[in-house]
Ligand binder design. Structure first.
Ligand code: NAD
Ligand code: MG
Length: 395
Protein backbone atom coordinates (compact mmCIF):
# COMPACT_ATOMS: atom_id res chain seq x y z
CA UNK A 1 0.00 0.00 0.00
CA UNK A 2 1.37 3.42 -1.03
CA UNK A 3 1.06 6.17 1.55
CA UNK A 4 1.05 9.92 1.95
CA UNK A 5 1.49 11.09 5.53
CA UNK A 6 0.26 14.63 6.15
CA UNK A 7 1.77 15.93 9.39
CA UNK A 8 4.53 13.29 9.47
CA UNK A 9 6.63 15.24 11.99
CA UNK A 10 3.88 15.40 14.63
CA UNK A 11 2.93 12.96 17.34
CA UNK A 12 0.53 10.95 15.12
CA UNK A 13 2.88 11.17 12.14
CA UNK A 14 5.79 9.74 14.13
CA UNK A 15 3.60 6.92 15.50
CA UNK A 16 2.42 6.17 11.94
CA UNK A 17 5.98 5.87 10.67
CA UNK A 18 6.79 3.61 13.63
CA UNK A 19 4.05 1.19 12.51
CA UNK A 20 5.03 1.53 8.83
CA UNK A 21 8.66 0.69 9.63
CA UNK A 22 7.53 -2.62 11.16
CA UNK A 23 6.06 -3.71 7.80
CA UNK A 24 8.46 -2.75 4.99
CA UNK A 25 6.93 -5.39 2.70
CA UNK A 26 3.45 -3.97 3.16
CA UNK A 27 3.79 -0.16 3.03
CA UNK A 28 5.64 2.28 0.83
CA UNK A 29 5.89 5.97 1.66
CA UNK A 30 5.28 8.22 -1.36
CA UNK A 31 5.05 11.60 0.39
CA UNK A 32 5.76 13.07 3.82
CA UNK A 33 4.78 16.53 4.98
CA UNK A 34 5.88 18.73 7.86
CA UNK A 35 5.67 22.42 8.55
CA UNK A 36 8.71 23.95 10.22
CA UNK A 37 10.54 20.98 11.82
CA UNK A 38 12.90 20.62 8.89
CA UNK A 39 15.52 18.47 10.65
CA UNK A 40 12.93 15.92 11.77
CA UNK A 41 11.46 15.74 8.27
CA UNK A 42 14.94 15.39 6.74
CA UNK A 43 15.68 12.40 8.99
CA UNK A 44 12.34 10.82 8.07
CA UNK A 45 13.07 11.33 4.37
CA UNK A 46 16.45 9.64 4.74
CA UNK A 47 14.83 6.65 6.44
CA UNK A 48 11.66 6.25 4.32
CA UNK A 49 12.86 7.66 0.95
CA UNK A 50 9.58 9.29 -0.17
CA UNK A 51 9.29 10.68 -3.70
CA UNK A 52 7.95 13.98 -2.30
CA UNK A 53 8.40 16.02 0.87
CA UNK A 54 6.32 19.13 1.60
CA UNK A 55 6.98 21.95 4.08
CA UNK A 56 5.29 25.23 4.95
CA UNK A 57 7.48 27.90 3.37
CA UNK A 58 10.04 28.58 0.62
CA UNK A 59 12.65 29.13 3.31
CA UNK A 60 11.93 25.76 4.97
CA UNK A 61 11.95 24.09 1.54
CA UNK A 62 15.38 25.51 0.79
CA UNK A 63 16.75 24.28 4.12
CA UNK A 64 15.21 20.81 3.63
CA UNK A 65 16.54 20.54 0.08
CA UNK A 66 19.99 21.52 1.39
CA UNK A 67 19.95 18.81 4.08
CA UNK A 68 18.66 16.18 1.68
CA UNK A 69 21.14 17.17 -1.04
CA UNK A 70 24.03 16.64 1.38
CA UNK A 71 22.67 13.20 2.23
CA UNK A 72 22.41 12.25 -1.46
CA UNK A 73 18.60 11.90 -1.21
CA UNK A 74 16.45 11.97 -4.33
CA UNK A 75 13.31 13.20 -2.54
CA UNK A 76 11.81 16.22 -4.26
CA UNK A 77 10.88 19.14 -2.01
CA UNK A 78 7.72 21.25 -2.41
CA UNK A 79 6.08 23.83 -0.16
CA UNK A 80 2.70 25.44 0.52
CA UNK A 81 -0.97 24.55 0.70
CA UNK A 82 -1.32 23.54 -2.97
CA UNK A 83 1.55 21.08 -2.61
CA UNK A 84 -0.17 19.49 0.41
CA UNK A 85 -3.35 18.96 -1.61
CA UNK A 86 -1.27 17.66 -4.53
CA UNK A 87 0.52 14.94 -2.54
CA UNK A 88 -2.79 14.01 -0.85
CA UNK A 89 -4.34 13.21 -4.22
CA UNK A 90 -1.50 11.67 -6.29
CA UNK A 91 -2.89 8.91 -8.52
CA UNK A 92 -0.34 6.35 -7.28
CA UNK A 93 -1.23 6.91 -3.60
CA UNK A 94 -3.67 4.44 -1.99
CA UNK A 95 -3.99 5.86 1.51
CA UNK A 96 -3.54 9.24 3.15
CA UNK A 97 -2.87 9.70 6.86
CA UNK A 98 -4.48 13.06 7.72
CA UNK A 99 -2.48 14.13 10.79
CA UNK A 100 -2.03 17.87 10.39
CA UNK A 101 -3.33 19.68 13.46
CA UNK A 102 -6.18 22.18 13.16
CA UNK A 103 -7.98 23.92 10.32
CA UNK A 104 -4.83 23.88 8.14
CA UNK A 105 -5.48 20.16 7.63
CA UNK A 106 -8.88 20.59 6.03
CA UNK A 107 -7.97 21.39 2.39
CA UNK A 108 -5.49 18.51 1.87
CA UNK A 109 -7.72 16.05 3.78
CA UNK A 110 -10.65 17.06 1.61
CA UNK A 111 -8.45 16.66 -1.48
CA UNK A 112 -7.68 13.07 -0.39
CA UNK A 113 -11.40 12.37 0.04
CA UNK A 114 -12.20 13.89 -3.36
CA UNK A 115 -9.56 11.67 -4.93
CA UNK A 116 -11.30 8.63 -3.44
CA UNK A 117 -8.42 7.57 -1.21
CA UNK A 118 -8.43 5.47 1.93
CA UNK A 119 -8.42 8.41 4.36
CA UNK A 120 -7.02 7.71 7.82
CA UNK A 121 -8.51 10.60 9.74
CA UNK A 122 -6.66 11.95 12.78
CA UNK A 123 -7.35 15.60 11.95
CA UNK A 124 -10.71 15.82 13.77
CA UNK A 125 -10.87 19.59 13.22
CA UNK A 126 -11.49 18.96 9.50
CA UNK A 127 -14.67 17.03 10.28
CA UNK A 128 -15.78 19.47 12.99
CA UNK A 129 -15.47 22.41 10.60
CA UNK A 130 -16.75 20.85 7.44
CA UNK A 131 -18.64 17.68 8.43
CA UNK A 132 -21.47 17.92 5.89
CA UNK A 133 -19.23 18.97 3.00
CA UNK A 134 -16.56 16.41 3.88
CA UNK A 135 -18.95 13.46 4.24
CA UNK A 136 -20.68 14.37 0.96
CA UNK A 137 -17.30 14.26 -0.83
CA UNK A 138 -16.42 10.94 0.80
CA UNK A 139 -19.68 9.42 -0.48
CA UNK A 140 -19.45 10.99 -3.94
CA UNK A 141 -15.87 9.86 -4.52
CA UNK A 142 -16.27 6.47 -2.83
CA UNK A 143 -13.42 7.22 -0.41
CA UNK A 144 -12.89 4.87 2.54
CA UNK A 145 -12.90 6.92 5.74
CA UNK A 146 -11.28 5.19 8.73
CA UNK A 147 -11.07 7.00 12.07
CA UNK A 148 -7.72 7.26 13.86
CA UNK A 149 -8.99 9.14 16.89
CA UNK A 150 -8.88 6.34 19.48
CA UNK A 151 -12.53 6.77 20.56
CA UNK A 152 -13.90 6.76 17.03
CA UNK A 153 -11.66 3.92 16.02
CA UNK A 154 -13.05 2.00 19.02
CA UNK A 155 -16.62 2.85 18.00
CA UNK A 156 -15.88 1.81 14.41
CA UNK A 157 -14.61 -1.55 15.71
CA UNK A 158 -17.68 -1.97 17.96
CA UNK A 159 -20.39 -0.94 15.45
CA UNK A 160 -22.24 -3.55 13.39
CA UNK A 161 -20.00 -4.65 10.52
CA UNK A 162 -21.04 -2.99 7.25
CA UNK A 163 -22.77 -0.27 9.30
CA UNK A 164 -24.91 1.66 6.85
CA UNK A 165 -25.14 4.94 8.75
CA UNK A 166 -28.55 4.12 10.25
CA UNK A 167 -28.27 3.54 14.00
CA UNK A 168 -31.85 2.35 14.38
CA UNK A 169 -31.48 -0.24 11.61
CA UNK A 170 -28.20 -1.36 13.14
CA UNK A 171 -29.90 -1.86 16.50
CA UNK A 172 -27.65 0.75 18.09
CA UNK A 173 -29.07 2.77 20.97
CA UNK A 174 -26.16 5.02 21.94
CA UNK A 175 -22.52 5.72 21.34
CA UNK A 176 -20.53 6.14 24.55
CA UNK A 177 -17.33 8.12 24.11
CA UNK A 178 -14.87 7.64 26.94
CA UNK A 179 -12.76 10.53 28.22
CA UNK A 180 -9.81 10.40 30.58
CA UNK A 181 -10.92 13.67 32.14
CA UNK A 182 -7.48 15.12 31.42
CA UNK A 183 -4.96 16.40 33.96
CA UNK A 184 -7.55 18.47 35.88
CA UNK A 185 -10.32 15.89 36.29
CA UNK A 186 -10.45 16.40 40.05
CA UNK A 187 -9.14 19.99 40.18
CA UNK A 188 -11.10 22.62 42.11
CA UNK A 189 -12.35 25.77 40.33
CA UNK A 190 -9.70 27.77 42.25
CA UNK A 191 -6.97 25.52 40.92
CA UNK A 192 -8.38 25.67 37.36
CA UNK A 193 -8.17 29.47 37.53
CA UNK A 194 -4.37 29.23 37.97
CA UNK A 195 -3.50 26.50 35.44
CA UNK A 196 -0.30 27.14 33.42
CA UNK A 197 0.44 25.91 29.86
CA UNK A 198 3.07 23.52 31.28
CA UNK A 199 0.48 21.90 33.56
CA UNK A 200 -2.13 21.76 30.79
CA UNK A 201 0.06 19.94 28.27
CA UNK A 202 1.11 17.23 30.77
CA UNK A 203 -1.56 14.61 30.06
CA UNK A 204 -1.76 11.67 32.51
CA UNK A 205 -2.27 8.86 29.94
CA UNK A 206 -1.41 10.04 26.42
CA UNK A 207 1.60 11.80 24.87
CA UNK A 208 0.25 14.19 22.22
CA UNK A 209 0.84 17.49 20.42
CA UNK A 210 0.39 20.72 22.42
CA UNK A 211 -2.92 21.84 20.94
CA UNK A 212 -4.77 18.56 21.51
CA UNK A 213 -3.22 18.33 24.99
CA UNK A 214 -4.78 21.67 25.94
CA UNK A 215 -8.05 20.54 24.32
CA UNK A 216 -7.96 17.45 26.55
CA UNK A 217 -7.38 19.59 29.62
CA UNK A 218 -10.41 21.83 28.85
CA UNK A 219 -12.39 18.80 27.59
CA UNK A 220 -12.95 20.64 24.30
CA UNK A 221 -11.22 17.63 22.80
CA UNK A 222 -14.19 15.50 23.88
CA UNK A 223 -16.55 18.16 22.58
CA UNK A 224 -14.85 18.09 19.17
CA UNK A 225 -15.04 14.30 19.32
CA UNK A 226 -18.81 14.39 19.93
CA UNK A 227 -19.16 16.42 16.73
CA UNK A 228 -16.73 14.08 14.95
CA UNK A 229 -18.81 11.05 16.04
CA UNK A 230 -21.96 12.74 14.78
CA UNK A 231 -20.54 12.97 11.26
CA UNK A 232 -18.68 9.67 11.15
CA UNK A 233 -21.58 7.54 12.39
CA UNK A 234 -24.58 9.71 11.50
CA UNK A 235 -25.46 9.86 15.20
CA UNK A 236 -27.73 12.59 16.60
CA UNK A 237 -26.36 14.62 19.54
CA UNK A 238 -28.72 13.01 22.05
CA UNK A 239 -27.45 9.55 21.16
CA UNK A 240 -23.81 10.39 21.90
CA UNK A 241 -22.84 10.33 25.59
CA UNK A 242 -19.53 11.09 27.27
CA UNK A 243 -18.27 8.89 30.11
CA UNK A 244 -15.24 9.82 32.19
CA UNK A 245 -12.99 6.78 32.44
CA UNK A 246 -9.69 7.81 34.07
CA UNK A 247 -7.68 4.69 33.11
CA UNK A 248 -8.07 5.22 29.31
CA UNK A 249 -8.23 1.47 28.75
CA UNK A 250 -11.74 1.30 27.29
CA UNK A 251 -11.45 3.53 24.23
CA UNK A 252 -15.25 3.81 23.68
CA UNK A 253 -18.42 1.72 23.66
CA UNK A 254 -21.53 1.03 21.60
CA UNK A 255 -24.81 0.37 23.43
CA UNK A 256 -27.22 -1.91 21.49
CA UNK A 257 -31.01 -2.24 21.71
CA UNK A 258 -30.76 -5.79 23.11
CA UNK A 259 -28.74 -4.63 26.12
CA UNK A 260 -25.35 -5.65 24.71
CA UNK A 261 -22.58 -3.11 25.12
CA UNK A 262 -19.54 -3.65 22.90
CA UNK A 263 -16.25 -1.91 23.60
CA UNK A 264 -12.68 -1.85 22.37
CA UNK A 265 -9.93 -1.97 24.98
CA UNK A 266 -6.18 -1.66 24.86
CA UNK A 267 -3.19 0.17 26.22
CA UNK A 268 -3.41 3.91 25.50
CA UNK A 269 -1.07 4.01 22.49
CA UNK A 270 -2.12 5.56 19.17
CA UNK A 271 -0.24 2.91 17.23
CA UNK A 272 -3.19 0.55 17.82
CA UNK A 273 -5.81 2.62 15.95
CA UNK A 274 -3.16 3.59 13.36
CA UNK A 275 -2.28 -0.07 12.66
CA UNK A 276 -5.97 -0.97 12.64
CA UNK A 277 -6.78 1.63 9.99
CA UNK A 278 -3.64 0.98 7.92
CA UNK A 279 -4.35 -2.75 7.65
CA UNK A 280 -8.17 -2.84 7.86
CA UNK A 281 -9.84 -5.31 7.50
CA UNK A 282 -6.72 -7.26 8.40
CA UNK A 283 -4.78 -7.03 11.67
CA UNK A 284 -1.06 -6.35 11.95
CA UNK A 285 1.51 -5.88 14.71
CA UNK A 286 1.56 -2.30 15.97
CA UNK A 287 4.36 -2.57 18.50
CA UNK A 288 1.88 -1.96 21.34
CA UNK A 289 2.35 -4.25 24.32
CA UNK A 290 -0.54 -6.58 25.19
CA UNK A 291 -3.07 -5.27 27.69
CA UNK A 292 -2.43 -6.60 31.18
CA UNK A 293 -5.80 -6.47 32.95
CA UNK A 294 -4.24 -7.59 36.22
CA UNK A 295 -1.92 -4.58 36.13
CA UNK A 296 -4.90 -2.31 35.29
CA UNK A 297 -6.88 -3.77 38.20
CA UNK A 298 -9.84 -1.38 38.08
CA UNK A 299 -11.97 0.39 35.50
CA UNK A 300 -13.80 3.46 36.85
CA UNK A 301 -16.54 5.64 35.38
CA UNK A 302 -17.78 9.14 36.27
CA UNK A 303 -20.23 11.65 34.88
CA UNK A 304 -18.57 14.70 33.24
CA UNK A 305 -18.87 17.95 35.21
CA UNK A 306 -20.12 20.55 32.74
CA UNK A 307 -19.80 23.35 35.30
CA UNK A 308 -16.03 22.89 35.60
CA UNK A 309 -15.63 21.91 31.92
CA UNK A 310 -18.01 24.20 29.98
CA UNK A 311 -16.22 23.54 26.66
CA UNK A 312 -17.94 20.17 26.41
CA UNK A 313 -21.33 21.83 26.70
CA UNK A 314 -20.38 24.51 24.14
CA UNK A 315 -19.57 21.76 21.63
CA UNK A 316 -22.93 20.02 22.16
CA UNK A 317 -24.61 23.41 21.68
CA UNK A 318 -22.71 24.04 18.44
CA UNK A 319 -23.60 20.57 17.14
CA UNK A 320 -27.30 21.13 17.89
CA UNK A 321 -27.18 24.59 16.27
CA UNK A 322 -25.90 23.05 12.96
CA UNK A 323 -24.82 25.38 10.10
CA UNK A 324 -21.63 27.35 10.73
CA UNK A 325 -21.64 26.92 14.53
CA UNK A 326 -19.14 24.05 14.74
CA UNK A 327 -16.69 25.78 12.37
CA UNK A 328 -16.96 28.96 14.47
CA UNK A 329 -16.47 26.93 17.67
CA UNK A 330 -13.37 25.28 16.21
CA UNK A 331 -11.90 28.57 14.99
CA UNK A 332 -12.51 30.29 18.35
CA UNK A 333 -10.96 27.33 20.15
CA UNK A 334 -7.82 27.46 17.99
CA UNK A 335 -7.45 31.21 18.66
CA UNK A 336 -8.08 30.79 22.39
CA UNK A 337 -5.72 27.81 22.80
CA UNK A 338 -2.93 29.67 20.98
CA UNK A 339 -3.48 32.68 23.26
CA UNK A 340 -3.42 30.44 26.34
CA UNK A 341 -0.18 28.74 25.23
CA UNK A 342 1.33 32.21 24.69
CA UNK A 343 0.14 33.30 28.17
CA UNK A 344 -2.21 35.95 26.79
CA UNK A 345 -5.31 34.18 28.16
CA UNK A 346 -6.10 32.22 31.31
CA UNK A 347 -7.16 28.59 31.21
CA UNK A 348 -10.75 29.41 32.17
CA UNK A 349 -10.70 32.28 29.65
CA UNK A 350 -10.60 29.70 26.82
CA UNK A 351 -14.26 28.73 27.33
CA UNK A 352 -15.25 32.40 27.83
CA UNK A 353 -13.72 33.42 24.50
CA UNK A 354 -15.42 30.53 22.66
CA UNK A 355 -18.83 31.22 24.24
CA UNK A 356 -18.63 34.94 23.44
CA UNK A 357 -17.54 34.19 19.86
CA UNK A 358 -20.48 31.82 19.32
CA UNK A 359 -22.76 34.59 20.58
CA UNK A 360 -21.53 37.25 18.13
CA UNK A 361 -21.13 35.34 14.85
CA UNK A 362 -24.46 35.18 12.99
CA UNK A 363 -25.78 31.74 12.10
CA UNK A 364 -25.32 30.77 8.45
CA UNK A 365 -25.64 27.60 6.40
CA UNK A 366 -22.45 25.88 5.16
CA UNK A 367 -23.04 24.07 1.89
CA UNK A 368 -19.59 24.16 0.32
CA UNK A 369 -15.91 24.60 1.13
CA UNK A 370 -16.08 28.36 0.52
CA UNK A 371 -18.79 28.69 3.19
CA UNK A 372 -16.74 26.57 5.61
CA UNK A 373 -13.66 28.73 5.09
CA UNK A 374 -15.79 31.87 5.51
CA UNK A 375 -17.18 30.53 8.83
CA UNK A 376 -13.61 29.76 9.91
CA UNK A 377 -12.48 33.29 8.97
CA UNK A 378 -15.42 34.93 10.77
CA UNK A 379 -14.87 32.75 13.84
CA UNK A 380 -11.19 33.68 14.02
CA UNK A 381 -11.84 37.41 13.51
CA UNK A 382 -14.59 37.45 16.14
CA UNK A 383 -12.49 35.45 18.61
CA UNK A 384 -9.53 37.83 18.20
CA UNK A 385 -11.90 40.71 18.84
CA UNK A 386 -13.34 39.05 21.96
CA UNK A 387 -9.81 38.25 23.10
CA UNK A 388 -8.71 41.89 22.74
CA UNK A 389 -11.66 43.08 24.85
CA UNK A 390 -11.01 40.28 27.36
CA UNK A 391 -7.34 41.36 27.64
CA UNK A 392 -8.34 45.04 28.04
CA UNK A 393 -10.74 44.10 30.87
CA UNK A 394 -8.20 42.03 32.78
CA UNK A 395 -5.36 44.58 32.29
P1 NAD B 1 1.32 17.69 16.52
O1 NAD B 1 1.30 19.10 16.94
O2 NAD B 1 2.24 16.75 17.23
O3 NAD B 1 1.67 17.59 14.95
C1 NAD B 1 1.01 18.38 14.03
C2 NAD B 1 1.53 18.15 12.61
O4 NAD B 1 0.87 19.10 11.76
C3 NAD B 1 3.02 18.37 12.44
O5 NAD B 1 3.53 17.44 11.52
C4 NAD B 1 3.11 19.77 11.82
O6 NAD B 1 4.23 19.90 10.98
C5 NAD B 1 1.84 19.85 11.02
N1 NAD B 1 1.34 21.22 10.89
C6 NAD B 1 1.09 22.10 11.90
N2 NAD B 1 0.64 23.27 11.39
C7 NAD B 1 0.59 23.13 10.06
C8 NAD B 1 0.21 23.98 8.96
N3 NAD B 1 -0.24 25.24 9.17
N4 NAD B 1 0.29 23.50 7.71
C9 NAD B 1 0.74 22.24 7.48
N5 NAD B 1 1.11 21.38 8.47
C10 NAD B 1 1.04 21.82 9.73
O7 NAD B 1 -0.18 17.15 16.60
P2 NAD B 1 -0.71 15.66 16.86
O8 NAD B 1 -0.87 15.44 18.31
O9 NAD B 1 0.05 14.69 16.05
O10 NAD B 1 -2.19 15.79 16.28
C11 NAD B 1 -2.45 15.79 14.88
C12 NAD B 1 -3.95 15.65 14.66
O11 NAD B 1 -4.36 14.38 15.16
C13 NAD B 1 -4.78 16.68 15.42
O12 NAD B 1 -5.89 17.04 14.64
C14 NAD B 1 -5.23 15.94 16.67
O13 NAD B 1 -6.46 16.42 17.15
C15 NAD B 1 -5.38 14.54 16.12
N6 NAD B 1 -5.25 13.49 17.14
C16 NAD B 1 -4.07 13.34 17.80
C17 NAD B 1 -3.95 12.36 18.78
C18 NAD B 1 -2.65 12.15 19.51
O14 NAD B 1 -2.56 11.20 20.31
N7 NAD B 1 -1.62 12.95 19.29
C19 NAD B 1 -5.04 11.54 19.07
C20 NAD B 1 -6.23 11.71 18.37
C21 NAD B 1 -6.32 12.69 17.39
MG1 MG C 1 -9.44 11.01 21.02
Amino acid sequence: MKLTILGATGSIGVSTLDVVARHPDRFEVVALTGHSQVEVLAAQCRQFRPVWAVVGSAEAAQRLAGLLGKAGSRTEVLYGADALAQVASLPEVDAVMAAIVGAAGLPPTLAAARAGKRVLLANKEALVMAGAVFMAEVRRAGALLLPIDSEHNAVFQSMPCNYSGDMTRGGVRRILLTASGGPFRTASPELLARVTPEQAVAHPNWVMGRKISVDSATMMNKGLEVIEAHWLFNAPADRIDVVIHPQSVIHSLVDYEDGSVLAQLGNPDMRTPIAHALAWPERIDSGVSPLDLFAVGQLNFERPDLARFPCLDLAYRALRAQGNAAAVLNAANEVAVTAFLERRLTFLGIADVIAATLDVVAAAPVDDLAAVLEADRQGRAAALDVLARHAARSA
